[in-house]
Design a protein around this ligand. Structure first.
Ligand SMILES: Nc1ncnc2c1ncn2[C@@H]1O[C@H](COP(=O)(O)OP(=O)(O)O)[C@@H](O)[C@H]1O
Ligand SMILES: [Mg+2]
Length: 376
């Protein structure tokens, strides 16, 4: 399987593929990538046609772990070998404005928003949407990058600077009750393996902790599943797809679509019967999908900016599942994650609390996740 991008998602794809006899080859412009230890790495810019040729040789099918690969690269690869998911999934989700139009067409709701093409159009957008609001670049945002929160008129200067550099959208600030996500893996024949809804805790725009399955009293999980499967179907998507949602007093709003395996599904490696990574590869290869049920309640904690030694994590909880990505430390960088899986919710919460003080774990989010994990 050829994989465009070679970060931790590519690494976890390769790790999931190994027992199935699947080997991965990566195309990624970085010199050193954390996936390269688990597959051949073609180190090149995405627009180098010779490198694309080399990447495609002996590869049966291609996929991506990074949705900002240039559409032309995806097209060039797709002309040589099957590309799954296809161009539609990439093109619809690379731009926040067209993504929101697509979501509305699919019958789901999004927050009120307006396009901001340049600094001068910001004022009109603010009169339409009001404050507080988030100004987001239309393309290339991740982990809260390319966003400015506008609270009051005095913040507008920072907004004008961002909007002067790149096309943006201004989006109403949503007073959500919680953030959830749904991961759907869709096979070529339309069959879906949909994982239980996950609750996600962010700080500073970065995912810090996930709780799965998310507590679900009012049928929210069923609605999230319907939204996710409808979006996957409308894209003709093959492989994994994540829909991030805000749960509000008035129902679910779609925040964004990631047409790939997703951080909020990392718990599935240890907490579900067949992980998002395995199921993505099965879908891409045209194989039957595996079961997506949770084995037991799980909490995933991201390790960001710094990562403890595995031995220190295991001293805090010998049963914690440790995933270190082999990346060098840098502020804000995702370096690994931990998953705690426990049938007993009180024990789960206790174990998560014991990990909350580790370097790289966001303490408040971990404590909040422990609390949330006791609710079914
Ligand atoms: N309209 C909004 N209202 C409130 N919080 C938001 C809004 N948009 C984003 N956020 C917060 O910022 C996080 C990151 O924003 P998101 O749009 O998902 O960008 P990214 O591509 O960086 O993940 C979200 O998960 C959420 O916590
Ligand atoms: Mg997001």
């Amino acid at each position: 399987v050829g994989v465009l991008g070679a970060g931790q998602l590519g690494r976890m794809l390769a790790l999931a593929g190994a027992p199935l006899g699947i080997t991965c080859r990566f195309l990624d412009p970085s010199e050193s990538t954390c996936a390269a230890a688990f597959g051949e790495h073609v180190s090149s810019e995405y627009d180098d046609s010779g490198a694309i040729e080399r990447f495609c040789g002996e590869v049966d099918v291609a996929t991506f772990e990074f949705e900002n690969v240039p559409a032309e690269t995806a097209r060039a690869v797709g002309e040589r070998i099957p590309m799954r998911p296809g161009a539609e999934s990439l093109e619809r989700t690379q731009d926040r404005l067209s993504e929101r139009a697509f979501v509305r067409d699919a019958g789901a709701r999004v927050a009120a928003h307006a396009r901001v093409d340049d600094a001068d159009s910001l004022d009109a957008a603010i009169s339409e949407i009001g404050l507080p609001a988030l100004l987001k670049t239309r393309r290339f945002g991740y982990d809260g990058k390319g966003q400015v929160l506008l609270h009051e008129p005095s913040d507008v200067d920072a907004g004008r600077q961002l909007a002067g550099r790149q096309p943006c959208i201004l989006e109403a600030f949503v007073e959500f009750e919680r953030e959830v996500s749904i991961i759907v893996v869709r096979a070529e024949d339309g069959a879906c393996a949909t994982f239980p809804m996950t609750e996600n805790l962010h700080a500073g725009g970065i995912l810090r902790a996930s709780i799965a399955p998310a507590a679900d009293s009012g049928g929210t999980g069923d609605e999230a599943r319907r939204i996710g499967e409808t979006i996957a179907e409308r894209l003709g998507h093959i492989g994994a797809l994540c829909v991030e949602l805000f749960e509000t007093a008035r129902g679910l709003l779609v925040n964004e679509i990631a047409p790939r395996v997703h951080n909020s599904g990392h718990w599935t490696i240890d907490g579900a019967r067949a992980s998002q990574f395995e199921n993505h590869l099965r879908a891409v290869c045209g194989w039957p999908l595996g079961p997506s049920e949770a084995i037991a309640p799980s909490v995933m904690l991201n390790l960001i900016g710094e990562a403890p030694a595995a031995s220190d994590i295991l001293s805090a909880d010998p049963a914690a599942r440790v995933h270190l990505y082999g990346k060098s430390a840098r502020p804000g960088r995702k370096l690994g994650h931990l998953t705690v899986v426990d049938e007993d919710r009180e024990a789960l919460a206790r174990r998560v609390r014991a990990l909350a003080g580790l370097p790289g774990v966001h303490r408040e989010s971990a404590l909040a996740a422990a609390e949330r994990a006791t609710v079914s």
